[in-house]
Design a protein around this ligand. Structure first.
Ligand code: CA
Length: 374
């Protein structure tokens, strides 16, 4: 995808915004095209996968395309999946409902998009000052996290599967320097979810903009700052052309988990081996997307440095401390009003504390140790 231009990247976004909800009418269940009922193993299935991404969006959209290809190859054509970008079959943020209703059999996105419906779902993607990618995987696969996630999604006829991770994101692009908490007052920043609530507590305002509008809004001063993902995607968006300061770390998204959600009934209709193939493709996607982000963020951070125009800055300690304090308040308020969020947060925070004790004498020490290596 090195050839993706900012124009292509944004045009894809614009199409999605333009696409309406007509796609919902195209409802269609699992298609079985096998003609010999006695030979169960050769029965073929055709699924639709809807995503929250622009079609073929670097890493995530391409990752969904790749997962469908792997499933088709591993199943020797018995399970074929047509992948739709956001707006192509249903609008991006209706992916969850589309799979619940069986309009599609599978989706790829991130669970914090469904916070309005299930506030507790946010803990399965990213929360400010939460766990990194490695720790999230540990919690999900071995710490009871995925089990809780499955319980919650079962009410919506869905089976969730971790399906990618962004790694630690960047703090965002700013047109003024953030020297103290006072500089956040009145700041208009595009930052979604719980991170946005933290900015509001700090005296700023969280503005929502669709992906395709962020560049123009920042350029025209409609917003003063925006977060996006990390060096690779941010470079493709072209933010370095219109914002001076690139802040780190992404305290608000320390290891965002991406998800596949599969319609339960469609999944149960599959023979065992195809079920395992779907699960295997999800595991594979989980590793591949994180690895791609890690490799390309590194390359594109260097490109950003080479422009000579980007001031790479760490948020001051005072500001990070304020973000941490406000994040705890935001989470306390969330769990206060929602028993399900409380239940998930108890598991999440217990694991974070324990695994943090291990990280203290492993990753943290090791990173400091190799700092000066050639
Ligand atoms: Ca982000």
């Amino acid at each position: 995808m090195a050839t993706v231009s900012r124009r292509d990247f944004l045009n894809k976004g614009a199409k999605i915004v333009a696409a309406g909800s007509a796609g919902l009418l195209a409802a269609c269940g699992t298609e079985k095209t096998g003609e010999a009922p006695a030979v169960h193993t050769r029965k073929t299935f055709r699924w639709k996968m809807v995503t929250t991404w622009q079609p073929h969006f670097p890493v995530m959209g391409e990752g969904a395309d790749r997962a469908a290809k792997w499933i088709e190859e591993m199943s020797e054509g018995r399970l074929k999946i047509d992948v739709y970008g956001g707006g192509e079959l249903v609008p991006a943020l209706q992916a969850f409902d589309a799979v619940t209703q069986g309009v599609a059999q599978m989706s790829h996105g991130a669970s914090y998009y469904w916070a309005g419906k299930i506030p507790a779902a946010q803990f399965f993607s990213a929360v400010p000052f939460g766990m990194n990618a490695q720790q999230m995987n540990a919690w999900l696969y071995f710490g009871g996290g995925l089990k809780l996630w499955e319980e919650i999604y079962a009410d919506f006829q869905l089976i969730p599967m971790p399906g990618g991770n962004t790694g630690v994101q960047m703090g965002g692009w700013f047109n003024k320097e953030i020297r103290s908490v006072d500089d956040l007052k009145g700041l208009k920043m595009r930052i979604p979810g719980l991170g946005g609530k933290v900015i509001a507590k700090a005296g700023g305002s969280a503005i929502l903009s669709a992906g395709g509008e962020i560049f123009t809004n920042l350029e025209r001063g409609v917003i003063d700052a925006t977060e996006w993902i990390g060096p690779y995607h941010d470079y493709l968006m072209g933010f370095h052309k219109i914002a001076k300061y690139y802040y780190y770390p992404g305290w608000h998204e320390p290891g965002t988990v991406l998800e596949f959600a599969v319609n339960k009934r469609a999944f149960e209709e599959l023979p065992k081996d195809l079920q395992e193939i779907v699960r295997t493709a999800a595991y594979r996607s989980n590793v591949m997307m994180l690895s791609e982000f890690e490799a390309k963020n590194n390359v594109y951070l260097q490109k950003l440095r080479e422009t000579g125009k980007v001031a790479l800055k760490r948020f001051p300690e005072e500001v990070l401390n304020a973000f941490r304090r406000y994040s705890q308040e935001v989470i306390d308020e969330l769990v206060e009003g929602d028993p399900l969020s409380r239940k998930v947060y108890e598991s999440f925070s217990k694991f974070r504390k324990e695994v943090g004790g291990w990280a203290e004498i492993s990753e943290k020490v090791y990173y400091n140790l190799i700092g000066g290596m050639e």
